[in-house]
Design a binder for this molecule. Structure first.
Ligand code: SAM
Length: 289
C-alpha cells in the first residue's frame, strides 16, 4: 500500500511533475489534513461501500477515502495529473481512477462496470466552474445514495434556501425534490492552494427514499419550476404565460389554473414550495384533459 499523502506534500509533488494548476479547471487543491479528515468523517463510509470521487486532483482526499476501506472510483478530467495520481495512489488496491469529463459520465453504468454495485455515495471537492450542472447531473443518477460535497458557500446557501428568500430558485427546488440538503460546516479559503476568491462549505445531500411530494409528471414539474423562476420580477401567471409551456395558454388561462390549484396568480414564483408546484402539475393536467 502506498502511504497516504500529506496535504503539505502536494505542492512538492506538483512541482516534481511540473504541473501548474489551472483556474479554468477549478483546480483549488486541499492543503489541510484536518479538513480532509473532517470530510471523510462526514461521509460516514463503511468498509464495502462504493464511493465516487469527482476530481481527485493530487489524490489527497482520494487516499483518505481509500483509508476507510471503501471502494473508491475517482473521475478526473485533467490527464496531466496521471503521474501524480500514480505516485500517490499507486499501491492502493481499492482505488480506480478514470480520466473523463464527469459531466459526460453515466455514473450508474461506470460504477456497475467497475465494481458491480448498484448504489454508491459521492464525495468530492467539486470544481467550482461546474458545481451546479454537476450536482444536477448526479441527482439524475439513480444509484447515488447520498453526497458529501465541498462547494462554494453561495451555492450551499442556494441548496438549503426556503421559498421567498433571495437564494431560493429552480436549482433549490430540483435539489430538494430529490434530496434533503444540509450545510455541515464552512471552509475558509485559506485551506486551498491556490486560494479561491470565495469561501466554501461542505454539504450533505441525502437522497430521499420517498419523495416529499407526489408528482404525476416529473417533466412537467421541472418545466413549471423553470417557467416560474424564468422571469422572477413577473407575477406567476405572467411568468408562466411568458414561458409558453402549453400552446395557446394565455395569462387568463394560467390565472384560472392557478386559482384552481389554490395559488394566488399574482404571487411570484419564488414563493412556491415543492407542494405548490406538485399541486400545480395536477391542475395543469386536469385542464389538459
Ligand atoms: N480533490 C482534490 C482536492 O480536494 O485537493 C482536487 C479538487 S479541485 C477543487 C477539482 C478537481 O476536479 C481538479 O482536479 C480538476 O482537474 C477536476 N475537474 C475539473 N473539471 C472536471 C470535470 N469536468 N470532470 C472531472 N474532473 C474535473
Amino acid at each position: 500500500m502506498s502511504e497516504q499523502v500529506s496535504p503539505g506534500k502536494v505542492r512538492a509533488i506538483l512541482e516534481k511533475h511540473n504541473i501548474h494548476l489551472r483556474k479554468s479547471l477549478g483546480q483549488n487543491f486541499l492543503m489541510d489534513g484536518n479538513m480532509v479528515r473532517k470530510i471523510v468523517t462526514a461521509s460516514r463510509l463503511l468498509p464495502g461501500d462504493v464511493v465516487v470521487e469527482i476530481g481527485p486532483g493530487a489524490g489527497t482526499l482520494t487516499a483518505a477515502l481509500a483509508g476507510t476501506c471503501a471502494r473508491v472510483l475517482a473521475v478526473e478530467l485533467d490527464k496531466r495529473l496521471l503521474p501524480v495520481l500514480e505516485e500517490v495512489l499507486g499501491g492502493l488496491q481499492n482505488v480506480t481512477v478514470v480520466f473523463n469529463d464527469a459531466l459526460k459520465v453515466d455514473f450508474d453504468r461506470l460504477v456497475a462496470e467497475v465494481t458491480g454495485a448498484t448504489t454508491y455515495k459521492v464525495v468530492a471537492n467539486l470544481p467550482y466552474y461546474i458545481t451546479t450542472p454537476l450536482i444536477m447531473h448526479l441527482l439524475r443518477q439513480s444509484g447515488v445514495a447520498g453526497m458529501v460535497l465541498m462547494i462554494q458557500q453561495e451555492v450551499a446557501e442556494r441548496l438549503v434556501a426556503g421559498p421567498g428568500s433571495k437564494d431560493y430558485g429552480a436549482f433549490t427546488v430540483a435539489v430538494q425534490y430529490y434530496c434533503r440538503p444540509e450545510i455541515l460546516f464552512r471552509v475558509p479559503r485559506t485551506v486551498f492552494f491556490p486560494q479561491p476568491e470565495v469561501d466554501s462549505a461542505v454539504v450533505r445531500l441525502t437522497k430521499r427514499q420517498e419523495r416529499e411530494v407526489t408528482v404525476d409528471d416529473e417533466d412537467l414539474f421541472f418545466t413549471l419550476v423553470r417557467g416560474a423562476f424564468g422571469q422572477r420580477r413577473k407575477t406567476l401567471a405572467n411568468a408562466l404565460a411568458g414561458a409558453k409551456i402549453f400552446p395557446g395558454w394565455t395569462r387568463t388561462t394560467w390565472e384560472e389554473v392557478l386559482e384552481r390549484a389554490g395559488i394566488d396568480p399574482r404571487c411570484r414564483g419564488e414563493t412556491l414550495g415543492l407542494k405548490e408546484f406538485a399541486v400545480l402539475v395536477r391542475a395543469c393536467r386536469q385542464r389538459l384533459m
